[in-house]
Design a protein around this ligand. Sequence first.
Ligand SMILES: [Zn+2]
Length: 276
Amino acid sequence: MGQCIFCGEKAGLFKREHAECRQKHEEGEKAVWALALKSTEDPQSLTSAVQEVEKISASAWLSKDRLKQLIVAAWEKGAEAAVDRGMLTREEESLLGKYAHDFRLTQDDLNLHSWQQRIAVAAALRDLDDGRFPDRCHLTGDLPFNLQPKERLAWLFHAVCYEQRTRTQYVGGSQGFSVRLAKGLYYRTSVFKGRPVVTSFMSQVGSGALGLTDKHIYFHSPQSAFRIAYAKIVAFDPFTDGIEIHQVAASAKPKVFVTGDGWSVYHLAAKLAQLA
Ligand SMILES: [Zn+2]
């Protein structure tokens, strides 16, 4: 006689679950998802969300891992919705922060798909639109670049840099930089769905740190280190997982930086270049 994987009672010959228990379990998942999602947008829902979610989760036999998965996925959905509504407001930012705090989500949970970085960058873009230089990049170690006096770092990405060996024509994915984005107006994250940015026409320059300041784009890796002034950049091309930079000098080969999060690096670089 098999036991029900949910309630633990006898389930009958060759059976692993009761249909009612399966149904209760699935409804519980849906209820947790709906409540979690609502809590990313409605402060009122969030106040009782942790307790309610735990109650549902216990009665519907949700495992700790599954519950965590749903809570993190709902946070990501909420972050995506907030970023895609346009400029991230302070209220949206603080509610997402409170949600993460109340559900005890870790940095790793939040940045699983780079959403915490996008939220931080969206807030940095709001700072820049408000005429303030963002102070949101707090490093634990030393900065791998020597900034100029009074030069300020906006954000530091992990990046792999590639250089084009030959000029190639790009197809699809790219939005180009010909359209200047108005203040507070950003591409939706779903726009960033180009084909993978790295092609066989590129050679790897190095893997390291990409720093965006108010004056330059810096790159540092064990193999190579350089900086590019915004004034020397003609265009940025955004991709799902990074950006491509075209420089004024015809001799300078286009450089691709893969950060895993094209939305953030593209918008921040483009905004800083506009303001520089
Ligand atoms: Zn059962």
